[in-house]
Design a protein around this ligand. Structure first.
Ligand code: GRF
Length: 191
């Protein structure tokens, strides 16, 4: 049986992207066909090189509309014929036409228990708010800000006295395990 083709989009460090590439490398169900970024120097690009996965960047042009950018990005992705687009710290909202082009098969991980703390700094906002538990959410992507249907969430408690840096580091390492686990279950029809 042919494997489900995943394209990863990321803007930064790419620890989640790496965790997904690692999982997919031995998966019987999915493979990563490419890694795309909107940032030239993104660390995720060198992580893709280590896994020998084709990578590309699509840089935003000056004054370019979101529609035009997304059209170029979807064109670059289409070369690899992905079945699903997996966002892993991709710092752009996607347009409805991009989502339609990929049949709304677009997934993201967000560092909060959505619908709480959407936006750029989920861990920071939760920490400042003094919550007693935090978490992360894997969700379908719609054209809004972290507003798509929730697939699965992982809750973890705050540790009294823990610094913000340690809390964020702990959260990210939980995400790195959780994201591939959710994808595995989803693609095996267990969700
Ligand atoms: C993660 O916290 C993820 O939830 C959010 O952006 C961060 C990306 O981290 N969407 P990394 O690039 O995967 O290390």
């Amino acid at each position: 049986m042919s494997k489900i083709k995943l394209a990863i989009l990321a803007s930064g460090s790419g620890s989640n992207a790496e965790a997904i590439m690692k999982w997919a490398a031995t998966s019987d169900i999915a493979e990563v066909v490419c890694v795309g970024s909107n940032k030239k120097a993104a660390m995720v690009i060198s992580r893709a090189e280590i896994f020998n996965i084709p990578k590309f960047t699509v840089l935003k042009k000056k004054n370019e509309s979101r529609e035009s950018y997304d059209e170029r990005m979807s064109g670059a992705l289409s070369e690899y014929k992905p079945d699903w687009i997996i966002l892993a710290g991709f710092m752009r909202l996607l347009t409805e036409s991009f989502l339609e082009k990929f049949n709304h098969q677009v997934i993201n991980i967000h560092p909060s228990l959505l619908p709480m703390f959407p936006g750029l700094d989920g861990y920071g906002d939760a920490f400042k708010a003094g919550v007693i538990e935090s978490g992360c959410t894997v969700h379908y992507v719609d054209a809004g800000l972290d507003s798509g249907a929730i697939i699965e969430q992982r809750i973890f408690p705050m540790i009294p006295g823990e610094s913000f840096e340690d809390f964020k580091k702990r959260g990210l390492s939980i995400e790195n395990k959780f994201y591939p686990e959710v994808l595995e279950k989803l693609f095996k029809g267990k969700l």
